[in-house]
Design a protein around this ligand. Structure first.
Ligand code: TXA
Ligand code: MG
Length: 313
């Protein structure tokens, strides 16, 4: 199979919608990372997502929809969902809510769980595509399982060329880390730190958001200890590079690449996967990373870095 590079205009969207209708896979930009999309109602198409990524198990996927109304059709809505959805959608927030009966989604999307992860992405290309397709799109990050998430069409092609029908060539992903996943099936719980800081969710909800209970671990890749992994070892909290290492800096430090010279966490998140891809492609024997403050978007950045640094296997 030859993977087509589609343009982000009406012609490209029509081609993508045609591929989705026919059960194919199209990678597309969102404001967080590139997603690998399939029609969420089509069992075979959703199964092909797992095959293309070589994802080891059938883990639940996030469903992307065009609007709050479209989300309400799929899940059992609540006051808390209304508050955070109107505050942060479209945007980098995923809500886990009870699956609505008769939603017509493939059981592979939810891994047969009674809940569904759903979000309304904010990237203009993703929004135009969802409007062109007129249906729910299941999409994990568009990388081979266990590798760094893609923030450019070129990253997607490097990992999935020949395994998927097409990639939309859109502008870069501005947030750069995956969406925050908020569990709202019971008391609010942070299932994954991401593009919306948990502090902002607590302000909107007017109550604390609990931590994930590891006894209910879904053993999904995003929750595995080693994930988002470059080929070479990653060393955290580094003041400087050791011989042979490349330095990924944060703030005013000497570095091969810097997440943000001025110490801006938003800029750092947007650069994170791009810089990891770039340093992983050099001859360096390892990647040393400056300390990142554990607050706001820093929580999501540190979560991804700790997984990148965790022993593999
Ligand atoms: O920013 C993002 O969220 C990107 C873009 C493409 O939208 N997508 C993404 O998908 O990061 P993925 O498959 O890499 O991560 C989905 C995560 C998994 O870790 C899984 O555990 C969690 O969502 N998830 C999905 N359904 C769930 C559910 N019903 N309950 C709890 N967690 C769920
Ligand atoms: Mg992923």
């Amino acid at each position: 199979m030859q993977t087509r590079l589609l343009t982000s205009d009406a012609t490209g969207y029509a081609a993508a919608a045609g591929i989705w209708r026919a059960g194919g896979l199209v990678a597309f930009p969102t404001e967080t990372v590139y997603g690998l999309g399939a029609d969420a109602r089509d069992d075979r198409a959703v199964a092909r997502i797992f095959e293309a990524k070589a994802r080891p198990r059938f883990n639940p996927l996030i469903v992307h929809v065009a609007s709050i109304d479209a989300a309400r059709d799929l899940v059992v809505w609540s006051d808390a969902a209304e508050i955070v959805a109107s505050a942060f959608w479209p945007g980098p927030l995923t809500l886990v809510l009870p699956l609505r009966e008769g939603s017509a989604l493939s059981a592979l999307v939810t891994a047969d769980l009674p809940t569904l992860a759903v979000r309304v992405p904010g990237h203009p290309v993703a929004r135009d595509l969802l409007a062109a397709h007129d249906g729910p799109i299941a999409a994990p990050s568009a990388n081979p399982s266990g590798r760094i998430s893609p923030t450019e069409a070129a990253h997607v092609l490097a990992g999935l060329q020949g395994r998927i029908e097409a990639v939309i060539d859109g502008c870069a992903c501005t947030v750069g880390v995956e969406s925050t996943i908020l569990g709202l099936a019971g008391d609010p719980v942070l299932l994954r730190p991401g593009g919306v800081p948990v502090e902002a969710l607590e302000v909107a909800l007017g109550r604390p958001v609990g931590a994930r209970d590891d006894r209910q671990n879904l053993t999904a890749p995003g929750q595995m200890r080693s994930h988002y992994a470059p080929r070479v070892p990653v060393r955290l909290e580094a003041e400087a590079a050791r011989p042979g290492e490349a330095m990924l800096g944060f703030g005013a430090v000497l570095a091969d690449l810097n997440l943000s010279l001025s110490g801006d966490l938003t800029e750092a998140a947007a650069n994170l996967f791009h810089h990891l891809h770039a340093l992983d492609a050099t001859e360096a024997a390892g990647i040393a990373v400056s300390p990142i403050p554990e607050q706001g978007l820093g929580r999501a950045i540190n979560d991804r870095l700790r997984r990148a640094a965790a022993p593999k296997g």
